[in-house]
Design a protein around this ligand. Structure first.
Ligand SMILES: Cc1cc2nc3c(=O)[nH]c(=O)nc-3n(C[C@H](O)[C@H](O)[C@H](O)COP(=O)(O)O)c2cc1C
Length: 386
């Protein structure tokens, strides 16, 4: 297959991965309405074509939290990335560094902080979940800081995991899951050899180091489910604000009131996100939620957005709706699963190129030129609050 667009990587990932892993990545919560709308609402946004505006000198670069980004994107935190490619976090982080954008390591990564940070030529971001075991949280923050992580991405939309029915069907969970996973691995020999065998150990690196013994995939769901903390409130975050000396970004904001609370709390940024439609099905798509949030807090903190970004045009659309930058989730994971780090590098090239074309044809010379004027009037009426 010739890969010419990011959507091709999804198909390539599906043929390479055992189904339980592909559907874990690809799926969302409940009937997956929000998952689909994240993509279709973004697709519905019509950009405003402008011509004859001398865009020969075009620059996709931007600055975020004191870092230069080759284009306004970072790789989102994605759990279990080391199951989709051999030592997948290291491969993805190297690719992001090579292409000049940040990589965010998930709390529930396969490769621990200490394996990824020294392997890449750029400081990475670290994502933390709110967990009952505050000892783990403190330990993870100390280790992230010691490893030189710059920005903390604090995910707050997982007080409890959303129900992902696809996982029960695919063998990720449900009856006879271990046997089904083994059979699927046996029928995907390339993955079984490259990742299943040579990609070991398959534990949750950050958690194993804290607990002092390996934590296998089977433990993953149990440990997480037992540790998510629905009692959390803004006050519980104060100690983290004091403890973490770098920029702190709150991920999982979907409402303007919560965005204002993030400003009051003193966050440096938010990620407008519904977790890629993996948590509460039926909530607004990010494209729908973002404009009102931008109206409420733009200029007071940095606004990142994710969920549904699949190409460079989507990056421009998110920026036009009010984001300063986007996080890339499934888009990079499909490329990683299909073709490892070189797939991610190729994908990032594609996205940047698509973004350049969109900027050229909307008359935007710089990222700062992209705004509400980049949208057609019809789109502004439909998506942006009056
Ligand atoms: C397989 C998978 C695992 C994820 N794991 C995490 C995680 O560990 N921490 C987190 O904050 N978000 C996690 N997310 C959510 C992403 O960071 C991001 O919000 C989401 O993927 C954006 O939607 P998109 O995939 O449609 O771009 C995960 C998403 C996927 C697809």
């Amino acid at each position: 297959m010739i890969i010419s667009a990011s959507t091709d990587y999804r198909a390539a990932a599906q043929s390479r991965l055992p189904p339980f892993l592909f559907h874990y990545i690809d799926g969302g919560a409940y009937a997956e309405h929000t998952l689909r709308r994240n993509v279709s609402d973004l697709e519905d946004i019509a950009l405003r074509q402008r011509v004859l505006r001398d865009v020969a000198e075009l620059d996709t670069a931007t600055e975020l939290f004191g870092e230069r980004l080759a284009f306004p994107a970072a790789l989102a935190p994605v759990g279990l990335t080391g199951m989709y490619a051999r030592r997948g976090e290291v491969q993805a982080a190297r690719a992001a560094a090579a292409k000049g954008i940040p990589f965010t390591l998930s709390t529930v990564s396969v490769c621990p902080i200490e394996e990824v940070a020294p392997a890449i030529g750029r400081p990475m971001w670290f994502q933390l979940y709110v967990l009952k075991d505050r000892g783990f949280m403190r330990n993870a923050l100390e280790r992230a800081q010691a490893a030189g992580c710059t920005t903390l991405v604090f995910t707050v939309d997982m007080p409890t995991p959303g129900a992902r029915y696809r996982d029960a069907h695919s063998g990720m969970s449900g009856p006879n899951a271990p046997l089904r996973r083994m059979l699927q691995a046996a029928t995907h020999p390339r993955w079984a050899w490259d990742v299943g065998l040579l990609g070991r150990p398959h534990d949750l690196g950050n958690i194993s180091r804290y607990r002092g013994h390996p934590t296998g995939l089977a433990d993953y769901i149990g440990w997480l489910a037992a540790n998510f903390d629905p009692s959390i409130s803004w006050r519980d975050l104060e100690w983290i604000r004091e403890f973490w000396t770098g920029p702190m970004v709150i991920k999982g904001i979907l409402d303007p009131e919560d965005a204002r609370d993030a400003v009051r709390f003193g966050a440096d940024g938010i990620v407008v996100s519904n977790h890629g439609g993996r948590q509460l099905d039926g909530v607004l798509s990010t494209a729908r939620a973002l404009p009102a949030i931008a109206d409420a807090v733009a200029g007071e903190l940095k606004i990142l957005a994710d969920s549904g970004v699949r190409n460079g045009l989507d990056i421009v659309r998110m920026l036009a709706l009010g984001a300063d930058a986007v996080l890339l989730g499934r888009a990079f994971v499909y490329a990683l699963a299909a073709a490892g780090g070189s797939g991610v590098e190729h994908l990032l090239d594609l996205l940047q190129r698509e973004m350049r074309v969109a900027m050229t044809l909307t008359g935007a010379r710089t990222v700062a030129d992209i705004g509400r004027d980049t949208l057609t009037g019809v789109t502004r009426d439909r998506f942006v609050s009056p």
